[in-house]
Design a protein around this ligand. Structure first.
Ligand code: ASP
Length: 348
């Protein structure tokens, strides 16, 4: 519950590192039409003088990319930068980026950053020059959280629309609304109100994964397949020949496939680790309820790893990180499942 006694601790004067990577928050009119990333981290900070009341902000302009073009390699480099710089007396870090991939980037930073200081990922749904641009308010709220003494040990969170979401829960749930970010099934862990962090809950911290070498990431491609009604399994059947090291299958409901795909999944699971995720926004993949062909019990018996609460994108990135760390077979399966239990359910 909210640590009411701490709500009045002053945050101004604390140092925050801002890493800017691009996204709509940095976008202005492009000569070719539409908007495109142009502004640097320094530009963003200059546009929000109120930041001075929340924290002393030092800027690292990493890139000007849209969120869709960020890579796992970028995130490994950013995690390394954050761990190095946070050791130098910063209260926390803010990462500014495109909202299209925030749920994935925040998740990876939550897995890789070892520092106990908070990492706060933010962006904007409206371009920097749009009426009602939300970037300045989001940046101010993010810096407020990163500077807050309450945020120590929080891991990585996403702050937009004055809401604080845990990286492991958060999802982009709308293509245009400033309130696009949600944590389906659990809700936000806090809010920024009157310039202060109000915190309602803390997820347990997971030990940081080893930061993989860049080459090891390239060597660990993972496929993501979402299954729809009537899927005839030809993608699933083709996967073993495509050079992937692992696969995530987003099944229906609690982790189900059409019966005709069950054998294909079993063959795939014999060739590489296969995580069974769900295409449903909230709730975990089941492990022991349904027993029909193609059910979660059938697929797990055929070798699928039950994917817990993580949506396909997050599951994919976790599997890549575990493969890049050199894990295979049962230890990889155990490591994946242990990280799902970081969501706090009774593992039985
Ligand atoms: N719509 C995106 C954004 O909000 C574009 C991107 O991810 O770069 O930033």
């Amino acid at each position: 519950m909210a640590d009411a006694v701490n709500l009045r601790q002053p945050a101004a004067g604390r140092r925050v590192l801002l890493v800017s990577t691009g996204g709509t928050i940095t976008m202005t009119a492009a000569a070719s039409g539409g908007i495109a990333p142009t502004l640097t981290g320094e530009d963003l900070v200059r546009a929000v003088p109120e930041l001075a009341g929340a924290a002393t902000v030092d800027v690292h302009s990493y890139s000007t990319k849209p969120g869709a073009s960020l890579t796992l390699e970028d995130l490994v480099r950013i995690a390394e930068l954050i761990d190095l710089r946070l050791a130098d007396g910063y209260a926390g870090a803010v990462v500014v980026q495109g909202t299209d991939t925030i749920e994935e980037t925040a998740f990876v930073l939550d897995m890789l950053v070892a520092s106990e200081r908070p990492v706060v990922v933010t962006g904007a749904m409206r371009g920097a020059a749009a009426p009602g641009a939300d970037g300045p308010a989001n940046l101010l709220a993010a810096a407020t959280v990163a500077a807050s003494p309450l945020a120590g040990g929080l891991g990585t969170v996403v702050v937009l629309n004055d809401e604080v979401h845990a990286a492991r829960h958060v999802q982009k749930s709308h293509t245009s609304a400033p309130s696009a970010f949600a944590s389906p099934g659990s809700g936000p862990v806090g809010h920024v109100i009157e310039g202060r962090l109000h915190l309602y809950a803390r997820l347990p911290r997971l030990a940081a994964l080893p930061r993989p070498a860049i080459g090891a990431i390239e060597g660990a491609p993972v496929a993501l397949i979402r299954v729809a009604l009537g899927d005839d399994g030809r993608l699933l059947g083709a996967l073993p020949g495509l050079g992937y090291r692992g696969a995530v299958i987003e099944g229906m409901g609690a982790g189900h496939l059409p019966a005709g795909l069950a054998e294909l999944l079993g063959t795939l699971a014999g060739a590489m680790p296969v995580v069974l995720a769900t295409r449903v926004a909230a709730g975990p993949v089941f492990q022991g309820t349904y027993g029909f062909p193609g059910s979660e019990m059938d697929l797990i018996a055929r070798g699928a790893i039950p994917g817990g609460y993580y949506a396909g994108g997050k599951a994919c990135l976790l599997l890549r990180l575990l493969l890049a760390a050199g894990l295979v077979g049962e230890p990889l399966k155990a490591a994946y499942i242990a990280r799902c239990n970081g969501m706090l359910f009774d593992a039985g």
